[in-house]
Write a protein that binds this ligand. Structure first.
Ligand code: SAH
Length: 344
């Protein structure tokens, strides 16, 4: 017997195709879709479907849900960090943050990660597997179910490299964005990549209105290769060339993330190098105070260095912000809660 599939892994047209193959009208797909993304727990609760269709759906599909294994709530800034468990007992993290412009959820795209960035907690144990689009959708749904909040913004900045799971991530975006899906505007979705250059070109060609963030973290190849092994394959020049292509073809700016690491990339010289590199580009730099990860040799840059780094970039006309630290007392930096779960 063929095993059941998670219905959240299907796009509307795939559901229509399934119904057609079973000699059923296509319009039922829209009805099913709406029920799923209104977070209906079972096919039997889909009140406008005929009994025969409910039976057919029950035979072929299940509505994938995650179990909340742990939840940490930071009362100081109302950040909630979740550890979600899927059918195969793999766990992922996501974080719900309170911003002035609305609730933002940071989701994981893979279980583990194979990018091996030296300062990051998500890389321990490497990549277990990529997540399916249905599992990523369930991250958003499980958190909003638990917190009883509508999520308005989504950032793909949790564990994993979204562009190492490209097809499922694109599918996820299409369903999130669909009017019968979660109906969240593309402009409210940010994808962060460590710099998988060919996928940046693909992403530019998708012609989406999502935001792109690129984890740069260094302005020279020696430093970047040292902390981000992906740089040995796709160096800074190739990476920025891809970013320029993205900017030109989408007319959208790129955000460069730069985690300031003590004595690694936080000097004024580093800031001038970065300024020279990015000058004139349609971009924004987001300086991230490094979140210290247990067992890693990297430390957070001192506050005054962060401020002077920002000031130096300003001299190059580069729009720069310093990321507000949320949920630091609950280990909200990606990978740290899962790291503890895996170790246990
Ligand atoms: N793989 C993607 C998305 C996940 S990480 C990427 O690399 O962009 C999201 C952001 O958090 C990245 O910019 C990443 O470099 C950064 N990050 C990872 N560990 C960090 C830490 N300990 N402190 C600060 N930022 C960190």
């Amino acid at each position: 017997m063929q095993s059941k599939k998670n219905i959240k892994d299907l796009e509307l047209d795939e559901l229509e195709k399934y119904l057609e193959e079973h000699g059923l009208p296509r319009f039922r797909a829209g009805q099913i879709f709406e029920w799923i993304y209104k977070d209906t727990a079972s096919f039997g609760d889909m009140l406008n479907l005929p009994k025969t269709l409910i039976e057919l759906l029950d035979k072929d599909f299940y509505i994938g849900r995650a179990i909340i294994e742990a939840m940490l709530h930071s009362v100081t800034d109302n950040t909630r960090k979740y550890l979600l468990c899927f059918e195969d007992k793999n766990a992922v993290e996501c974080v719900l943050m309170d911003y002035s412009y609305g609730k933002t959820i940071c989701i994981s795209t893979q279980i583990g990660c194979r990018m091996s960035c030296k300062f990051c907690a998500s890389t321990e144990g490497g990549l277990v597997r990529s997540m399916t689009c249905g599992e990523m959708l369930e991250e958003v749904m499980a958190v909003s179910r638990d917190a009883e909040e509508r999520v308005g913004n989504i950032v793909l900045m949790g564990t994993g490299e979204p562009f190492d799971n490209y097809d499922q991530v694109m599918k996820f975006i299409r369903i999130i964005n669909h009017s019968k899906g979660l109906n969240i505007g593309q402009r409210h979705i940010t994808i962060s990549t460590s710099g998988i250059v060919p996928r940046i070109y693909d992403f530019a060609d998708e012609n989406l209105q999502c935001k792109l963030a690129v984890s740069l973290h260094a302005a020279d190849d020696v430093t970047r290769s040292r902390i981000m092994p992906v740089n040995r394959k796709y160096g800074i020049e190739k990476l920025l060339e891809a970013c320029r292509y993205y900017i030109k073809s989408t007319n959208r700016r790129v955000t460069f993330e730069y985690a300031l690491i003590k004595d690694v990339n936080d000097s004024i010289r580093n800031a001038h190098k970065l300024g020279t590199l990015l000058k004139g580009m349609l971009c924004h730099v987001n300086l991230i105070p490094l979140n210290k990860v247990e067992g890693k040799a990297f430390n957070k840059a001192p506050e005054e260095k962060v401020r002077s780094f920002k000031l130096a970039l300003k001299g190059y006309g580069i729009d720069t912000t310093i990321r507000r630290e949320l949920g630091s007392e609950i280990d909200a930096a990606c990978g740290q809660l899962r790291q503890k779960y895996v170790r246990q």
